[in-house]
Write a protein that binds this ligand. Structure first.
Ligand code: BES
Ligand code: ZN
Length: 631
């Protein structure tokens, strides 16, 4: 008899391993390619053949691997191939495709197209005549742009890692193979597996507590476009605000966040009264770590929000009104293409203003809108020089990144257009129109032209009003018919700023009734050259460098850079190191790079900070640093 000795065992084991590795690697690279690649073309930033094939439902099964910083699993797409297409074409970018199965059994022939900048690679899958289900086995890559993986140090609790997605506009394809175009809506469900210490959340039905298995199921029974798919995983807890709303956050932030958003139920109430019943069941807010690149993201049922709006005095909560409003404008009625982005954001800023007015009164809502109009005027000034085409509501984004269309034009010019219409027809008539519009287009996508067509057939004054409508939508700049927003309070602040500038003294400054917005307006109207010498006095009196209000900090640091007030440097640096919200980073870096010394500082800080920025912010700042040559 021959007994296997330890040495033999080792040899056999190592051979088995070699064979196994060999077989696995053959399996992963020996899939069948498609016979003849179809001609690939990009339409509305997507390769997918959504005109020929309907995507009905997506089922995701993903494991969250914090060690490797990847998601791994499968996406099963249920399709209706109504035009008998030979191929299903999906969008992917930075994905590693392992295998594709048809109807749970047949190995499919598939190929990846050439990489195209911004849009990524088409995944072409050969279909059988009756294929109903396509399962794509895949994993994400470490640099997947939608994904942000945070080390424990980058979280509030400092003990656990955290991850979140940001899919809008065309980043969903970096974590899910899909038809990544807002024209396509589908329902989804998911099974997510992660370490037992964490709670995963999605833009779907959520669990409120961790379980002992680390496995969680999600359902999104309402059809949504891919840009609204979202996932976040971390040490997250929940606090309820009402029967159908609440806040998720790291435990260290939870109480503060819940206190800040205590008026959320009133906002939901007000929104429903304005434009019809809330369509998504629950509305919860997830407060993320500070590297979240946006103020908020309207992921259905679960808005993602930056912690920089938790000011402690509720002064920045209009952000939640904004994301909540998207539950109608954007999520229920969606822009068909990114060139129609104003239909999402302009309607939402208008709706946000109406919610703020209903909950906090007209003077406060007007103050917020007047501040936004100030920002719009500033944006118009630069865009009219650099790219006037981008001041039209209807954008031209051919061969461009949809991110280029994200500006105050879609947001504030869009909202002012609706305010103009409100003034023209009266609030009652215009509200009836908006109600009918949301109701008519719910669960659908709309182009600008369809909006105009609908407007034409539902509103009076046509065709007299057509030229004015066209001017707002298709022409550059701001039409003279733009309503003026008067804020008595901001006018008072402006008068103060003017006297400080001319008298070069703080005598006129009376901050007794100042809110965050008063400060923002004041700081935006002080002239760096005039008040250079007053900076230390102001800082000492109001502790502005050490402020913990993200908006006031941003405006104050901008002034500090221009006035060369060096005492604020450490505070500015700490801010740029800890905040990842692009809206703040962008103007500060832009301001810094105007001088050689500032540019050096910007480069030095960016080198240290960029690892903590989400790709969305990092790419924008990289561009600023590469583009600018110092005079
Ligand atoms: N949907 C946007 C964020 C977005 C737009 C992400 C385009 C990617 C591409 C969100 O609703 C938004 O507008 N956020 C604003 C907040 C706001 C109150 C205007 C933001 O992040 O600053
Ligand atoms: Zn928005």
């Amino acid at each position: 008899m021959y007994y296997l000795c330890e040495f033999d065992m080792l040899q056999i084991l190592s051979r088995i391993t070699v064979i196994a590795v060999f077989v696995v690697s053959i399996a992963s690279c020996s899939h069948k390619n498609v016979g003849k690649m179809p001609v690939l073309s990009v339409k509305n930033h997507s390769f997918s053949n959504y005109d020929s094939i309907t995507l009905k439902h997506m089922y995701l099964s993903l494991k969250v691997d914090f060690d490797q910083r990847i998601l791994k699993g499968k996406a099963v797409l249920e399709i209706d191939n109504h035009s008998n297409c030979h191929y299903l074409i999906l969008d992917t970018r930075q994905l590693v495709i392992d295998d594709v199965l048809l109807d749970d059994s047949v190995s499919a022939a598939w190929s990846l197209g050439e990489e195209v900048p911004i849009v990524g690679r088409a995944l072409v899958i050969e279909l059988g005549p009756k294929t109903r289900k396509v399962a794509v086995y895949y994993e994400t890559s470490k640099d997947a742009e939608a994904l942000m993986w945070l080390s424990p140090e980058q979280t509030l609790g400092k003990k656990h890692p955290f991850m979140f997605t940001q899919s809008q506009a065309i980043l969903a394809r970096t974590w899910v193979p899909c038809m990544d175009v807002p024209a396509v809506r589908y329902t989804y469900s998911a099974d997510i597996e992660c370490d037992k210490a964490y709670l995963p959340l999605m833009s779907a039905s959520n669990n409120f507590k961790k379980n002992t298995t680390g496995k969680y199921h999600f359902e999104m029974p309402q059809p949504i476009p891919s840009y609204l798919m979202a996932l976040a995983v971390g040490n997250i807890e929940f606090q309820s605000l009402s029967a159908n709303s609440g806040v998720f956050a790291e435990p260290e932030m939870l109480k503060k966040a819940a206190a800040e958003f205590s008026e959320l139920p009133a906002m939901i109430d007000a929104a429903g009264k304005l434009y019809g019943e809330y369509a998504w069941g629950r509305y919860d807010v997830l407060v993320l770590p500070p590297s979240f690149p946006f103020g908020g993201m309207e992921n259905p049922r679960l808005t993602f929000a930056t912690p920089t709006v938790i000011a402690g005095d509720k002064s920045l909560v209009s952000l939640v009104a904004h994301e909540l409003a998207h539950s109608w404008s954007g999520n229920l009625v969606t822009n068909r293409t990114w060139e129609d982005f104003w239909l999402n954001e302009g309607f939402t800023v208008y709706f946000e203003d109406r919610i703020m007015e209903a909950v906090y009164g007209k003077p406060y809502a007007d103050m917020l809108m007047a501040l936004s109009v100030g920002e719009l005027n500033h944006t118009l000034e630069t865009l009219m020089k650099d790219g006037p085409g981008d001041t039209k509501l209807k954008l031209n984004l051919k061969n461009r990144n949809p991110d280029d269309g994200v500006s105050d034009i879609a947001y504030v010019k869009g909202a002012m257009f609706l305010k103009y219409l409100e003034g023209l027809y009266g609030r009652k008539v215009f509200d009836d129109f908006l109600n009918a519009y949301f109701n008519h287009f719910k669960w659908q996508t709309v182009t600008t032209e369809e909006f105009i067509e609908y407007f034409k057939s539902h509103m009076s004054k046509w065709p007299k009003i057509k030229p004015e409508l066209d001017a707002w939508i298709y022409e550059v700049g701001l039409p003279a018919s733009c309503p003026k927003i008067v804020s008595v309070e901001l006018n008072r602040v402006e008068a103060m700023a003017n006297s400080i500038n001319t008298e070069k003294s703080l005598k006129a400054l009376d901050t007794a009734a100042f809110t965050t917005q008063h400060w923002m307006h004041l700081l935006r109207h002080l002239e760096a050259d005039s008040i250079k010498d007053l900076m230390p006095e102001m800082d000492k009196a109001y502790q502005l460098s050490a402020s913990t209000n993200s908006e006031i900090q941003c405006d104050w640091y901008l002034l500090c850079i221009s006035a060369d007030y060096k005492a604020a440097d450490p505070y500015l640096e700490a801010y740029l190191m800890s905040v990842g919200r692009r809206k703040f980073l962008e103007p500060l870096y832009e301001r810094l790079v105007l001088t050689p010394e500032g540019k050096e500082k910007a480069l030095r800080i960016f080198r240290k900070a960029s690892g903590g920025y989400h790709a969305v912010s990092r790419n924008t700042i990289k561009e600023i640093l590469a583009r600018t040559t110092v005079k």
